[in-house]
Structure formats: structure tokens, C-alpha cells
Design a protein around this ligand. Structure first.
Ligand code: ZN
Length: 323
């Protein structure tokens, strides 16, 4: 680890408990806003929450979008809010916005359709979707008409499922991918050279362990991918509510009945450690058994990997404190 990386992980460890405490009250405020909007638009709170969750993630990972200032992260571009031909892109008058085919509406009853007002933004989203219908099938059509990107609709649909199932939005908990206090070892291997074909750098952390040691989900999420890949062997991909994609490779096998689209919780067993990969389906034993664990981020346009090692250290310590 470089000196800079050590300093960065120290800062991360120091601020994470504070950030968590602060987010609890924000989550309560957000939930109240969604429920209020559901009452007036009939669009379920978990749909509004899922869109907001997606938009907040995008906004935090894109430099071309303004940072969100309040508890709600939905960003509706000016030309959509006020109407593409509207001479005043910052128009707040519901009537002229309507004349110019904008979607902005007044949700808090102050007579203004204000893009910086949370209730106005949520009400606008709710009314926009209501044109299509209030059931999931029609909501998905409305989402596609708005985003024109299948992956975005898929990700938001996953968030809808998660929020609906758990009945709340506090799903940021994580777990270490292996049972702690067992025989395993790992170190920071980010960016080191890889042996056999594939990508130039090593995008992840290798956790060495015995065959068959349970591999657990690191988050609340949706199983997005499950199957064979020439390099990764038997592998699983799970997307969490921060739009982070968790990748588990070289597995010995999958937990019986595990399906794509299924909801998983942190610590839930999804498979076991193996040495599959580097050949046609079923190839195994070309290297010592280990779990290859990777993390990827999506900003609505592209995907990139980042170093999971500092996160693994935090989750491991947290799991060790339990029991
Ligand atoms: Zn690896």
C-alpha cells in the first residue's frame, strides 16, 4: 500500500461512523417525503424512493450534473422541467411551463413549480408516471420513456423490489464475503499483473481459502448475473442500492435455487470458494482455490472498477465485533 492509500483509508475509517449517523435522519426525512407524495399521486412510495436512489447515485458520480443540496437527489434537466421551447429555462409558473410542454408542477401548494423544492420535484415525477399508470408494468414503460436506457429501467426496478420487500430504505448494511474466524487470507492486490490473458490489471481482491468455504453476499441487493465465464469461472454479480456491482468469481458452485433477479441480504450464502475458470465450462484447479471479489460503479453511462480492499477490511472488522 502506498502512503497516500494508507492516509485515505484512515480518513475513510474515521468518517464512516459519523456519515452513518447523519444518514439515518436523512433517511427518515426522505421516507416522509415519498409517503406524502404517494398520498397525492398514488405512485407507491417505493417507486419514488427507487428513482430517487438511482438519481442520487448518478449525481454523486457524475461531474456534469449539479450536486444535490437536499435530501432528494432527483435531477430533472431544465429543458424537461420548463419545456424545450420555453424562453425562461428557470420558469417557475405552472401555467407557462404547461404551455411550453414542460413537466414541472407545484406539489407543495405555494403556486410555484420550483425545481429546487423537494415536494415539487417528487410530485412532478409522480404525476409524470401516473400518465402511464400506477402498476409496475406501466411504471416501467413510463421510466423507459423518460430514460431511454434499458439498464437504467432494470436498475430502478431492482431498487423497487428491494424497498418494497423490506418496507424501508435503510439497506446500506454490508458483510464480509467469507465467514470471519475461519481460515482465509487476503491482501491488497489492486492493479497487480494478471497471469492468463484477460484484462491487463487485476480488478479486485483475491481471498484465499479452502474449497467449499461459504461465500456470502456483501450487501442487500439483486442477483444480476450468474453463470460461467472463461476467466471468472462460475461467478455471481449482485447490485446494491448504491448502484455498486459486487462480483464474486472462481466459485466451486452456487447455493441451490439461487436465481437471477433474486433479492439477497448481507451475509446470505450464495455459493462456495473454488478454483473454477481459465477454460471451458467446468474447468477447475488451474490455480489455488480463492474468491475473487470485485466492485464496480455505474454512473448511468459507463461502468468502472475500484479497489474493494479498504471496504473488505471495514466489513471484516464489523463482522468480527458481532456475536
Ligand atoms: Zn482475482
Amino acid at each position: 500500500m502506498t502512503r497516500k492509500a494508507i492516509v485515505l483509508s484512515l480518513i475513510f475509517l474515521l468518517i464512516s461512523p459519523i456519515a452513518e449517523a447523519a444518514s439515518e435522519s436523512t433517511e427518515k426525512t426522505r421516507m416522509e417525503l415519498y409517503q406524502k407524495t404517494e398520498a397525492v399521486t398514488n405512485i407507491p412510495w417505493y417507486v419514488l424512493a427507487a428513482i430517487d436512489q438511482y438519481e442520487t447515485n448518478i449525481r454523486n458520480n457524475r461531474k456534469d450534473l449539479p450536486d444535490s443540496t437536499g435530501p432528494i437527489g432527483i435531477y430533472i434537466p431544465e429543458e424537461i422541467w420548463s419545456g424545450p421551447e420555453n424562453p425562461d429555462p428557470k420558469d417557475v409558473h405552472p401555467l407557462s411551463i404547461k404551455v411550453f410542454d414542460g413537466i414541472g408542477m407545484d406539489g407543495n401548494g405555494d403556486g410555484l413549480a420550483d425545481q429546487s423544492d423537494e415536494e415539487d420535484v417528487l410530485f412532478t415525477v409522480g404525476q409524470y408516471l401516473r400518465k402511464y399508470g400506477t402498476d409496475l408494468e406501466n411504471i416501467r414503460i413510463g421510466l423507459w420513456e423518460y430514460y431511454h436506457r434499458d439498464q437504467t429501467v432494470g436498475i430502478i426496478t431492482g431498487f423497487i423490489k428491494l424497498f418494497k420487500k423490506y418496507g424501508h430504505i435503510e439497506l446500506g448494511e454490508h458483510a464480509f464475503p467469507l465467514p470471519v474466524r475461519t481460515d482465509y487470507s487476503y491482501r491488497s492486490t489492486w492493479g497487480s499483473a494478471r497471469g492468463f490473458g484477460g484484462r491487463r490489471i487485476h480488478e479486485g481482491t483475491d481471498l484465499f481459502a479452502h474449497y467449499g468455504l461459504p461465500v456470502r453476499s456483501t450487501c442487500f441487493g439483486i442477483v444480476e448475473m450468474k453463470g460461467w465465464n472463461r476467466f471468472g469461472g462460475w461467478r455471481i454479480g449482485i447490485r446494491d442500492i448504491n448502484n455498486t456491482y459486487h462480483y464474486f468469481a472462481h466459485l466451486n458452485g452456487f447455493t441451490k435455487g439461487l436465481k437471477v433477479g433474486q433479492i439477497v441480504a448481507p451475509g446470505e450464502v450464495i455459493g462456495s470458494v473454488g478454483s473454477s475458470g481459465y477454460g471451458p465450462p467446468g474447468t477447475s484447479g488451474k490455480f489455488p482455490p480463492h474468491l475473487h471479489y470485485g466492485m464496480y460503479k455505474d454512473n448511468g453511462r459507463t461502468e468502472w472498477s475500484f479497489d474493494p480492499y479498504p471496504y473488505l477490511r471495514v466489513w471484516e472488522r464489523k463482522d468480527l465485533k458481532k456475536k
